[in-house]
Design a protein around this ligand. Sequence first.
Ligand code: GA4
Length: 330
Amino acid sequence: MVVLSQPALDHFSLIKACKPTGLLADIPVIDFTDPKAKDQIVKACEEFGFFKLVNHGVPMEFMSRIEAEAVNFFNLPQSVKDKAGPPDPFGYGSKRIGPNGDVGWIEYLLLNTNPQFTSQKTLAIFQENPEVFRCAVDDYIHAVKGMAYEILELMAEGLNIEPNNVLSRLVRHENSDSCFRLNYYPPCPELQALSGRNLIGFGEHTDPQIISVLRSNNTSGLQICLRDGTWVSVPSDQTSFFINVGDALQVMTNGRLNSVKHRVLADTKKSRVSMIYFGGPPLSEKIAPLPQLVAKEEDSLYKEFTWCEYKNSAYKSKLADYRLGPFEKT
Ligand code: GA4
């Protein structure tokens, strides 16, 4: 990683554009209506920790509505947006990601999906157009949550573990610690002057939760890291969802499913809008490899921890850190 002296980009990370290379041509695509979906999901999550979901049944209207509202928000004057920030971790953020010095070419809104936790700051997000924006967010989250539950149930069936809600119940729980992120990556015309370099919108990381459901507009930028360490670009598809395995699911499956490392690069001309639902367990939930996936006690790769412990530790880390390290058995 190199930091170059293009004044506007002084504090941002630039990486050589020659590698990563091509598009991920054989990205796993799962048709939700296919009777073989459960086995394909497991295979994709073992190999990549990532797949694209088509025929998902979520109306395109829900996606367009929230995207339009998000664009409206991010186009508001800076002073208005700032009323909803800084993120604590919820609220509006610009450039700074997390509490430990990470930066990216990004603006975002982070929301708790549990309305019980709505703070004054997050209410400020909806200030300009409260009814319409809020409703678009609620409808979208509701639809995507339902889909995430179903994916986790198919996953349990594909893994042959019972009951089939052993994973989904954590995210379905009324105290599930789930959140929702709206990202806006502005175009960066200055980048053109630095041909051969890419600007990091959101640095490499894995998601700490169980499952992440991402949808973006038609601007590419998302890249995933394959098991051999190569980065590949994921072609954008605004009608589909992209699903990530999170750290907690890697632990529960004793490493069988892979929490995928990913990042986002900024574009010179087009803005990228993405929305991600992160399905997490309740804070008090104990996370450990599921006994059905561990033949002998000594095969268990991870120590047991509560989701609260994992989150506290995650919030002390930097984006690119390997957060599961302290929870591995030695
Ligand atoms: C990565 C996944 C989600 O976007 C997120 C991020 C969170 C934040 O932006 O506040 C974190 C990051 C994410 C992992 C490590 C910590 C926490 C920033 C950071 C440096 C909302 C999450 O849950 O973890």
